[in-house]
Design a protein around this ligand. Structure first.
Ligand code: SF4
Length: 285
């Protein structure tokens, strides 16, 4: 697909509903790529299934549209094959904390050097608003007509307790703040999760932009320091008011940095031209 004049998006117009929080997230992604001066060929973006995954048609970078819940292992594989690339994963709350939750745990524990940006709108919106793993208890949806009976998953707590080395939360309605968080996440060497509070005006009428503006506060405007895992878990459990900002950050070697054979060159450079894949490719004809 051809880029438009700003080289960050394609010539295809987004098909999201008017007012969707995905517009703000795409704006922050473009602004962050500009800040970091990342060229499209230096970035691989892996998309999960959902409204957020439609971004595969609009963002101009290497793109891979994975199966539902499987975006994270694809992203980790791309990073291991070519660790010169920056790798971003675009995934919804259903794909990341439902179908893909086992991948999230394993890849966070390994400190794989990928950034996971979750579009958390608290529903499966692409399939008309069914309950997702983050839907608050008691919320009525097409799949929970008497109200959800489950306690919701705590995305930040899940990542922090499973040894993620960068965990943050942003808001799709504050693009400058979200841009700063994404830039920090992309600059982090190791596993970074950025959970984004994303309004879905079509199906989540309980949480419009104004609801978020009344319920969020910025961690950097308090004396909070994102260096203590236990305090970060405690912070992730706040519910009356929702903190946004960096909850936890720790510098440790990333997965690929601990593999001796990847120290001299990327895997793709080591194997380029030396492996005959013709027999394998014939199998898929
Ligand atoms: Fe956005 Fe919700 Fe529309 Fe999907 S259904 S495009 S999440 S507003």
């Amino acid at each position: 697909m051809l880029p438009n004049s700003n080289k960050r998006t394609t010539s295809v117009n987004p098909t999201w509903c008017p007012g969707c929080g995905n517009f703000g997230i795409l704006g922050a992604i473009k602004a962050s790529f500009d800040e970091l001066k990342i060229e499209p060929q230096q970035m691989a973006v892996v998309y999960d299934i959902g409204c957020s995954g439609n971004m595969a048609d609009f963002a101009y970078a290497y793109g891979f549209h994975a199966l539902h819940g499987r975006a994270l292992p694809v992203a980790a594989g791309i990073k291991l094959a070519n660790h010169d690339l920056r790798v971003l994963t675009i995934v919804g709350d259903g794909g990341c904390f439902g179908e893909g939750v086992g991948h999230l745990v394993g890849i966070a524990k390994g400190n794989h050097d990928i950034t996971v940006l979750t579009h958390n709108n608290f529903l499966y919106s692409l399939t008309t608003g069914q309950k997702s793993p983050t839907t608050p208890k008691g919320v009525k949806t097409p799949s929970t007509p008497e109200g959800s009976l489950d306690e919701p998953v705590n995305p930040l707590g899940l990542a922090i307790i499973n040894q993620a080395t960068f965990v943050a939360r942003g808001f799709a309605g504050d693009i400058p703040h979200l841009t700063k968080l994404l830039t920090a996440a992309l600059n982090h060497r190791g596993f970074a999760m950025l959970d984004v509070l994303q309004p879905c005006p079509t199906y989540n009428k309980d949480r419009p932009y104004n609801w978020y503006r009344e319920h969020i506060y910025k961690l950097e405007e308090t004396d909070y320091q994102p260096t203590d895992r236990l305090k970060a878990i405690e912070k992730s459990m706040e519910q009356d008011k929702l903190p946004i900002g960096i909850f936890f950050k720790q510098d440790l070697p990333a997965y690929h940095q601990q593999i001796s054979t990847l120290k001299t060159a990327t895997l793709i450079n080591q194997s380029s031209g030396k492996i005959d894949l013709s027999a394998a490719l014939r199998e898929f004809k």
